[in-house]
Design a protein around this ligand. Sequence first.
Ligand code: UDP
Length: 235
Amino acid sequence: MSYQRVLLKLSGEALMGNLGYGIDPKVVADIAQEIADVVKMGIQIAVVVGGGNIFRGVKAASAGMDRATADYVGMIATVMNAITLQDALEHINIPTRVLTAIAMQEVAEPYIRRRAIRHLEKGRVVVFGAGSGNPFFTTDTTAALRAAEIEAEVVFKATKVDGVYDSDPHKNPEARRYRSLTYGHVLTHDLRVMDGTAIALCKENNIPIMVFDLSVPGNIVRAIQGEPVGTLVGS
Ligand code: UDP
């Protein structure tokens, strides 16, 4: 077993499935099952959820909305995803706590680092909502930040492709997948793994990032067992 405490970054789009907007309950149930399999192995797992399936601050700002205000709406969107994921997990008897970076104590606990760690130690899934609580950031950066804070050994970045390629595999049939990459390579070539701030934060704290395809059943478990299911970004 390679990892004991992992941070999974789920984009909002991962919860959307093939819908054009919002949340597909069937997809969320499948993801919850994948997470449950990890918990049953005795691995501690925390999740940072995005909100792009509902609202993206940058997009709203480009249409004229004040950027910081739009980002707050985006952060609140992530809380809807977090609570939905919690519901799906608890449906299959996996105790889960949502911790939000913007206080909304009627629906979730406030983010307190020590409390997050305590939940993990007790075998609960922790879902981080409301991003970092700060506008002008992303949930990718939040994933790197929370991973460092809770001392996760790895960030699992779930995507729709099975890793990082040297060119777009949808456009170029010759595209080759990297098994591993350095943070420096990702930054200098501006590879779209996670945004640059997130990569820099992982680099500084020496947290590897595994980029993999979540839609393949069993992939999170395989990644935890150290199988090369995607691309590993590290030093
Ligand atoms: N957001 C923010 N600060 C954060 C995290 C997120 O302002 O720390 C806002 C931002 O507007 C972003 C939205 O929340 O567009 C949804 O997050 P993100 O785009 O990262 O979601 P994903 O692409 O993973 O679905």
